[in-house]
Write a protein that binds this ligand. Structure first.
Ligand SMILES: C[S@@+](CC[C@H](N)C(=O)[O-])C[C@H]1O[C@@H](n2cnc3c(N)ncnc32)[C@H](O)[C@@H]1O
Length: 155
């Protein structure tokens, strides 16, 4: 008798988060977009965040937010076979337009004032930059990145 072959989703998953965020409002905005654009989870590194009443979509009921104390803890907890992608403006960054998103990816955004340091970028498999000569608000940058992912990989 022929065995039924199980079908699995082939579109992977992604998570997105901010290292050492300064402004809680940015985490809330990112969470809302992440839920709407199909992220599996969001996270913070070093700073904790509590859901706020301004989150009318109650994103906290839809996708989880994880807190990591350090970048090492984030890396230790990366899902199996999942790439860590830094999101930062540097000379070596891959322009988002050319970037091929990994099927399973975790995107790391930087602090509002100082961004991601060289040391942190060294921990990432790739670093991607968004168009423009000036830096964007971190939640806006994350939202554009997520839109780019969903427009290139069907969800
Ligand atoms: C406001 S920026 C940090 C400030 C920036 N490093 C500076 O020196 O002006 C906060 C974070 O948003 C993201 N970001 C903002 N604009 C970006 C861009 N054009 N490309 C990639 N990431 C960007 C990065 O993750 C960055 O660390």
């Amino acid at each position: 008798m022929a065995r039924l072959k199980q079908q699995y989703e082939g579109n992977g998953f992604y998570g997105i988060g901010i290292l050492n965020n300064a402004n809680e409002f940015n985490v809330g905005t990112l969470w809302r977009t992440a839920y709407i654009l199909g992220a599996a989870f969001i996270f913070t590194v070093t700073k904790k965040y509590k859901p706020q009443s301004s989150d009318v979509t109650k994103a906290w009921t839809k996708i989880p937010l994880f807190h990591y104390r350090t970048i090492d803890e984030l890396k230790w907890n990366l899902p199996h076979s999942t790439k860590l992608i830094g999101v930062e403006m540097t000379k070596e960054s891959i322009p988002l337009i050319q970037f091929k998103h990994p099927i399973r990816g975790v995107y790391l955004l930087g602090n509002e004032k100082i961004g991601l340091s060289e040391n942190i970028l060294d921990e990432c498999e790739s670093v991607v930059s968004l168009p423009g000569d000036s830096s964007l608000n971190v939640a806006v940058a994350g939202s554009i990145l997520m839109y780019d992912r969903v427009s290139k990989i069907e969800i």
